[in-house]
Design a protein around this ligand. Structure first.
Ligand SMILES: [Zn+2]
Ligand SMILES: [Zn+2]
Length: 303
């Protein structure tokens, strides 16, 4: 009889790209093995559903061990790809407590989708970075563009955890065309297909934006205990500044010296006329709009 608990080493395992997210890597495994995402998860010993919510955050010790045994990766390589990597700094809510892992929320986490730098994706062959899942990350300092987070053709989120999506999302929008609902799509349904590497990103022409992104990225990256503690406090303080700004009735002065593309992105994220102007920016703003929030906070906390 077939022993379901038998651990089988996978023949060819793609090496995680520097800074890659677990979801992206699992999809690389799927592509390499020519499997659907859910089947690739099973090969890795993870029985998560295709929508793949939970294992991105934190793997239980037995799950982590199973992934390492099946792939030959070191535990540190796997942990570097999970949301819990940022637990010491930006996501202190994500403790090792497995029972709570999916129920904890953080307004700075893109839980259900990812932003991206189209030029990085082009260069890496479609490796999506973990840091793009944090709203703290709003631009690519290598390519000097604001990240993108929606398909320009269908306006749907990129790398959405929708059940109908799979490894193809690494390279193109897999949103079913002409289907507004969230139900499962048939495999023969027509998809949008827009190439992610061809999305036009907004160029960054503002040194302060790049400077702030570099400072914040350093805060996000865990290091020693004192760095982590300082980062946690600063990010928490910046988050409070943003929440305070989101309650103000006018934007007076807050967007001073920011690029017109950023100001436009902020305006696009506004809600109803009676809402404060920044009320919805953290929730629904594009990365360019989020850059304004982080800079408002950085001007108070970092500069
Ligand atoms: Zn880039
Ligand atoms: Zn699309």
């Amino acid at each position: 009889m077939f022993d379901q608990d038998r651990v089988r080493r996978i023949g060819v395992v793609p090496t995680p790209f520097a800074g890659e997210s677990f979801l992206s890597w699992v999809d690389m495994v799927a592509v390499t093995l020519r499997l659907a995402r859910v089947a690739a998860l099973r090969e890795l010993g993870l029985s998560g559903p295709a929508r793949f919510s939970t294992p991105q955050i934190h793997l239980r010790p037995a799950e982590l061990k199973g992934v390492c045994q099946r792939t030959g990766l070191r535990p540190e390589q796997v942990k570097r790809m999970l949301f819990a990597f940022y637990a010491p700094t930006a996501l202190p809510q994500f403790t090792a407590d497995a029972r709570r892992r999916w129920h904890v929320s953080n307004p700075w986490l893109r839980r259900d989708h990812s932003a991206a730098c189209p030029l990085c994706l082009q260069a890496s062959g479609g490796r999506w970075l973990l840091t793009w899942r944090l709203k703290w990350t709003f631009l690519c300092a290598d390519h000097l563009v604001y990240l993108v987070d929606r398909c320009p053709r269908c306006r749907w989120w990129l790398y959405w955890r929708h059940e109908a999506t799979g490894p193809g999302q690494r390279e193109y929008c897999t949103r079913p065309l002409g289907q507004k609902g969230r139900g499962p799509s048939r495999s023969d349904a027509k998809i949008c297909g827009f190439q992610v590497s061809e999305i036009q990103a907004i160029p960054v022409e503002d040194e302060e934006a790049v400077h702030v992104q570099r400072r914040v990225s350093t805060l996000l990256t865990p290091a020693d205990a004192s760095h982590n503690e300082m980062s946690r406090h600063l990010l928490q303080y910046m988050s409070e500044v943003v929440q305070e700004a989101a309650r103000r009735k006018t934007m007076a002065g807050m967007l001073d010296k920011m690029e017109s593309n950023v100001v436009r992105a902020v305006r696009e994220s506004q809600g109803q006329p009676h809402h404060p102007p920044l009320a919805w920016t953290l929730e629904s703003g594009s990365p360019a709009a989020l850059s304004a929030l982080v800079r408002i906070a950085a001007r108070v906390a970092l500069l």
